[in-house]
Design a protein. Sequence first.
Length: 230
Amino acid sequence: MQGKDVQKELKRLSQAATNVNPALAKRLEEINRWIKDLKPGALTAKRVVMAFLLEVTTDAKLWLAFKTELSVEDQRVALLQLTPPERYWFSDLFPRWLEENDPKFYVWRQKLMTGVFSQADDSTIKSIAKAVKQQEGEFWHRYIADLSMATDLIVSHRQQRSLCTQITTLSDEYSQQKYADWKITLQTWRIERGLFVSYNPGVPDYIQQLATLALENSDILELGTYRKVS
């Protein structure tokens, strides 16, 4: 999809959402104002911005279809067809992000636009997600969850309980403040449990270890637990 197509889609979805979900319409209008001064070609060239826009328009389209085309009972059935992390996203976190103030949104969207935002750990996250699937788990990744909710991956395993997980290469000694900020962020968004992992990329097989750790904790962590592991 090109920049001009994304801009048109944002406007279309915003108009469609006006009477169905005003919060969604307002958020899409906010995003549209953010990109409106960019020429389509310049927008297309901003790879990370485009990736975010494609994610949010895809989710908005699904959310609108969910609300306008399905009865309450059919919505319940449709949610059950999703993986646990997808279900958690669409039934809890995404609508919560639409309805509530996001204090980080203005900051990180500017970082996306100016290119300050770095996806240095993107390949690691993708590798962990692949390992999660290999271990018969499920995952979900979204820019909004990453940048607003301090969640690199939402994972689930045998108990089908979604767990918000963040990883960092900061050593245990230096990650205390990041952990404290992460915990506050999760609690602010009413995310009831989470896993924060500080890891060493020099350790052999660390990708598989991170995937295993996330999946095991998705099954066993109790509500109200924000576990820090090094």
